[in-house]
Ligand binder design. Structure first.
Ligand SMILES: [Zn+2]
Length: 295
């Protein structure tokens, strides 16, 4: 295998043993990646960290696809989920066909958009809007944020079980009716993680490429908390990143280098954040040592 062999021992493995990896600029890299831990791969640009994490570990098929969070839907007697969708005839307002507004085509004038006179923007038909749960119509529910819904439906465990993971990955501000295309890349990534938090993660390997990019320091702390949740459920996490908070929170670091391109491709330091911080071979070490403070 060009990407390097992955040895699978017969007893319960505790590491992914990468031997002789030569993907891109990797120079016969041998490294043990601990399972059921957060492992951060660091190094200067072009040092081979992406080749190791993506080209070797990820490419060997040790990950499973993430699934999208299934849309929140409610079932009632003889009512199907379609009755609570403005995209179906059963649920939508007959006047605006679920758009909530009407485009008026007035001759010689630009098109005018007005609120639908029947549903006044609610997008659902009267029969659907007549159904209330805990006092709220489906239109009301879709207008709630995840955190508001957790509070409102606190006594309904199927609802809270579905929504709590979304709040826990720091997305409690999203409205339930939020169209998914409006989410940022980071939000979509965290929403997919949330959908996984309810099931066993045993044997699942996650590889995150620069997940801290564009995140506020508080969100980085949330992300580290999400990693802890995934670990507790049995996953292994590999993260390529430069964020010192994220590196300090990792269980194990693999430092690649020493330089980039032809000067990279070697493992220069491995160990806990404290061990790598003290390793004279590590380029990241001095910054990490300063971040961690005196031992
Ligand atoms: Zn309407």
């Amino acid at each position: 295998m060009a990407a390097g062999d992955i040895a699978v021992p017969e007893t319960l493995p505790t590491v992914i043993a990468v031997r002789g990896a030569r993907h891109n600029n990797l120079r016969d890299v041998d490294v043990d990646v601990p399972l059921w831990r957060t492992v951060a791969v660091v190094g200067v640009s072009g040092s081979g960290k992406t080749s190791l994490a993506m080209g070797t570990l990820y490419a060997e098929g040790l990950h499973r696809f993430l699934e999208s969070l299934s849309t929140y839907s409610r079932r009632r007697k003889r009512w199907k989920p379609g009755h609570f969708s403005f995209n179906t005839r059963e649920g939508q307002c007959p006047t605006c066909l679920g758009l909530g507004h009407i485009d008026l085509d007035v001759q010689y004038l630009p098109d005018i958009t007005v609120d639908c006179p029947t549903c006044h923007g609610a997008r659902f038909n009267d029969a659907t809007l007549a159904v209330r749960v805990d006092g709220l119509t489906i239109a009301d529910v879709l207008g709630l944020s995840v955190d508001d819904a957790l509070e409102h439906f606190a006594d309904r465990s199927p609802v809270t079980a579905a929504l709590r993971p979304v709040s826990e990955v720091g997305l409690g501000y999203l409205r339930l009716g939020e169209p998914t295309p409006s989410l940022s890349g980071g939000e979509s990534q965290r929403l997919r993680i949330a959908s996984r938090l309810r099931s066993s993660q045993r044997g699942v390997l996650y590889v995150f490429d620069e997940p801290s990019t564009g995140l506020h320091p508080l969100d980085v702390a949330t992300l580290a908390g999400v990693f802890d949740r995934l670990l507790a459920a049995g996953a292994t996490i590999i993260v390529i990143d430069h964020d010192l908070d994220l590196l300090a929170a990792a269980d194990h670091l693999i430092d690649m280098g020493p330089g980039g391109g032809p000067d990279g491709g070697h493992i220069v330091a491995v160990g806990t954040p404290e061990q790598v911080a003290r390793d004279p071979g590590s380029v990241t070490g001095p910054w990490l040592a300063e971040h961690l403070g005196p031992p």
